[in-house]
Design a protein around this ligand. Structure first.
Ligand code: SF4
Length: 381
């Protein structure tokens, strides 16, 4: 294949994960910056994906996680998901105890689709609920309402998946602390194994980004966002969840997302599909964003990789700090010891109650979580 850089995984002792980007959505949500298009040629994308997967045949031993994200993977019909699994199993081995996750939107969830996912070995569903307030869902232009979200969560639980996760969003125009608490309360009543609570960030290229520039949309200020963040952590920890990463909560250690933990631990991962990113422990590369260009390149035996970067030792070390401070694991003191003046930097952060030292690691406090990148800079600058 032309333009195919020789990719070799140089894992840092951590097992690799596989990500597949499904680039289709029924409609585009105004705040979303993930690559997806409304409609599109699913058969053409599956053909191209099959070629891309074959490029990496034998690259991994066993993959212990597979994450099917997007876009909206739950839009795929049962036959299309089967085809996806056939092409993946032709090139990768994720048999055995692998964590296999699919992202789903509530309005796509049916008993037949869930049964097909279970048959294929999918054991984790991440449901994009976003809010349990119908007016907020209309503001975000989601296609479901709160009743559909509850019904979908119940169907997933009845179908016997090992883990159900709900995604929620906070920190947008018109949302109050009271409505956010109602949404979190509705979520915990469904007893999900995992909750991701993302602060709405508005990128300039999105529809909300343009409205923000035009002055027709507002976002809560930094202090309000901080209060939402603290409220989220307090409420969910009181309801039995472990706050293990800035935006992520698990109902006990067993339900921490194994796949996402790879990103925070700098483990290698391979991303397939338009716009997907990969990392081999030193080098990062990413595919072209457009589905059309992705399919055209693979049909013409060209690599879909748009560009790559190789991290220097310093860049790699700094990323390790930033990622570590995003999690409850923090950063080992041994790692901090590479930076001159680390002890006084640590003492200053501890003095501001942003970090504590536990079991030989510098661990962010809740306030420190809000400032993860600042914590990393305190050592690296
Ligand atoms: S938020 Fe989800 S459903 Fe909406 S456009 Fe983005 S990927 Fe698609």
């Amino acid at each position: 294949m032309k333009n195919d850089p020789k990719i070799s995984f140089a894992p840092n002792g951590l097992s690799p994960g596989l990500y597949v980007h499904v680039p289709f959505c029924k409609t585009k949500c105004p705040y979303c910056d993930f690559y997806s298009i409304a409609g599109g040629d699913v058969a053409g994308w599956l053909d191209a994906l099959s070629k891309e997967a074959a490029l990496h045949r034998g690259l991994f031993g066993k993959c212990d996680t597979l994450y099917i994200g997007g876009g909206t993977p739950s839009l795929l019909g049962e036959g299309e998901v089967r085809e996806l699994f056939e092409l993946l199993t032709g090139s990768f081995d994720f048999s055995g105890e692998a964590e296999i996750t699919i992202e789903a939107n509530p309005d796509d969830v049916t008993a037949a689709r869930l049964a097909a996912w279970r048959d294929l070995g999918i054991n984790r569903v991440s449901l994009g609920v976003q809010s349990f307030d119908d007016a907020e869902l209309r503001f975000m232009r989601r296609r479901h309402d709160a009743a559909q979200a509850r019904a979908a969560a119940a169907l997933i639980s009845e179908a016997g998946f090992a883990s159900v996760g709900l995604d929620l969003i906070y920190g947008f125009e018109g949302q109050s602390a009271a409505s956010w608490e109602r949404t979190m309360r509705s979520a915990v009543e469904l007893v999900p194994a995992h909750l991701s609570c993302y602060q709405m960030t508005i990128e300039p290229a999105t529809e909300f980004g343009k409205m923000l520039q035009a002055g027709t949309l507002e976002i809560p200020d930094e202090e309000s966002q901080r209060r939402f963040f603290l409220q989220t952590s307090q409420f969910l920890c009181e309801h039995g969840y472990v706050h293990y990463e800035i935006s992520n909560f698990a109902r006990g250690e067993a339900h921490i997302s194994r796949h996402n933990r790879k990103y925070w631990r700098h483990a290698p991962y391979l991303g397939l599909g338009p716009s997907a990113h990969s990392f081999d422990g030193r080098k990062r590369w990413w595919n072209v964003r457009s589905v059309e260009a992705y399919c055209r390149r693979l049909a013409g035996d060209e690599s879909p990789i748009e560009d790559s970067e190789t991290l220097s030792d310093d860049e790699l070390a700094f990323e390790t700090l930033c990622l570590g401070f995003r999690t409850r694991d923090g950063v080992p003191l041994e790692t901090l010891g590479q930076y001159p003046g680390w002890q006084s930097a640590l003492a200053a952060l501890a003095g501001e109650s942003l970090v504590t030292v536990k079991n030989g690691r510098a661990v962010p406090t809740l306030e420190g979580f809000c400032l993860a990148d600042r914590l990393a800079l305190a050592f690296a600058e």
